[in-house]
Design a protein around this ligand. Structure first.
Ligand SMILES: C[S@@+](CC[C@H](N)C(=O)[O-])C[C@H]1O[C@@H](n2cnc3c(N)ncnc32)[C@H](O)[C@@H]1O
Length: 339
């Protein structure tokens, strides 16, 4: 069977309206096998495991980036969300998709690319890691996509300059971990948001970090909806939240400073809550979402156990910080004792 057809068949489950975990698992195994077959280079090597450390966060090594495909619900929700976004923009004569941080396989766009005609969608595939980029070139060549309008760019998406005459309609990047820690999702989106207009679709559309309390008496390590209560949203990455506040002109290498937030939980009682958590929510596109603990990207982060003898309020100061290790910085004050 021709490799394009094989890939279309293998990935059809990602486009179904209902989620069937078993079928998705089978689909991801087949999809992965095809990608490894056509990439014609081993990535489970020393070189493949080296992350790139940048001053505003790290970029995953080739092997780790390839593994993201195995986060089954993540991969399904992104593919489904991107597909829905393209369908919603179909009225436009042409659509330009910029995919920042493709990994070795451009995992989130290949199944979509092959399903649409090559006529009116153009793709810019951007990747910082040279080893990953070489494999991406192999994959695109092996799939015989010469008729498609694909531009491969080896560059840093936190600095990449968009051609003002060819602005993207859709910008995709999945360069994040839960709690928006370590990787460069935020500086990448800020750089790209600064260069496009309000009607550009960003995927994910929204990433939100919420402080939450895990209910006392619920099993440790279980994070079902009934096991925690959200307290307050403390950081959001979206066009709506970024456009007004943070998209003014930046001076050279200046790094954004996000506003600080203070959250006070009154009359804290250890009988009702056992842990203070940081929850990550992702709205991929419209109603396609990734809820808490549905993916490695939304694993709750335990900030602190609530002590048994707590009687007063808890104050939590938070601020998102971009540095060589981006993260939500926090300080928790219990009974006037800082921890
Ligand atoms: C988490 S992996 C995801 C791979 C693939 N997009 C997927 O979703 O399966 C992120 C990829 O983005 C790349 N990346 C990270 N920071 C980048 C940057 N500043 N510019 C371009 N690519 C970047 C990494 O090298 C890695 O290949």
């Amino acid at each position: 069977m021709h490799i394009q057809k094989e890939l279309i068949q293998a990935t059809s489950e990602y486009f179904e309206d209902t989620i069937d975990q078993l079928k998705l698992l089978e689909a991801s195994k087949k999809y992965k096998a095809i990608l490894h077959k056509i990439s014609s280079q081993k990535i489970d090597t020393e070189e493949g495991r080296i992350d790139i450390e940048n001053k505003n966060g790290k970029s995953l090594g080739t092997f780790w980036a390839g593994l993201c495909l195995d986060d089954i619900l993540r991969t399904r929700q992104f593919i489904k969300g991107i597909d829905n976004a393209i369908k919603d923009l179909k009225k436009r004569n042409t659509i330009h998709v910029l995919y920042a941080g493709t990994g070795p396989f451009a995992t989130l766009i290949l199944p979509i690319m092959l399903r649409y005609s090559n006529k009116n969608i153009s793709y810019t595939l951007l990747e910082i890691n040279p080893f990953t980029f070489n494999i991406l070139e192999n994959v695109i060549t092996a799939l015989e996509l010469e008729d498609y309008d694909i531009t491969l760019v080896k560059d840093d998406a936190t600095r990449y300059v968009i051609d003002p005459k060819n602005k993207p309609d859709i910008i995709i990047s999945e360069t994040m971990q839960s709690a928006l820690a370590k990787e460069q999702q935020v500086p990448i989106f800020l750089n790209l948001m600064r260069q496009v207009s309000q009607d550009t679709v960003f995927i994910p559309e929204k990433i939100a970090l919420h402080l939450a309390l895990k209910k006392a008496g619920t099993p440790d390590g279980r994070f079902l909806k009934q096991d925690y209560t959200d307290i307050e949203k403390i950081f959001e990455v979206s066009k709506a939240s970024m456009f007004d506040s943070y998209l003014s002109e930046k001076q050279g290498d200046e790094i954004e400073v996000f506003s600080k937030k203070k959250t006070i939980i009154k009359e804290m009682d250890s009988k009702t809550a056992s842990y203070l958590l940081l929850n990550t929510y992702i709205q991929v596109y419209d109603d396609v979402k990734i809820d808490v603990n549905e993916s490695g990207l939304t694993t709750p982060l335990i900030l602190r156990q609530i002590p048994n003898d707590i009687k007063s309020t808890i104050t939590i100061d938070t601020q998102y910080v971009i540095s060589s290790e981006p993260r939500l910085a926090y300080q928790i004050i219990l009974n006037a004792t800082e921890v």
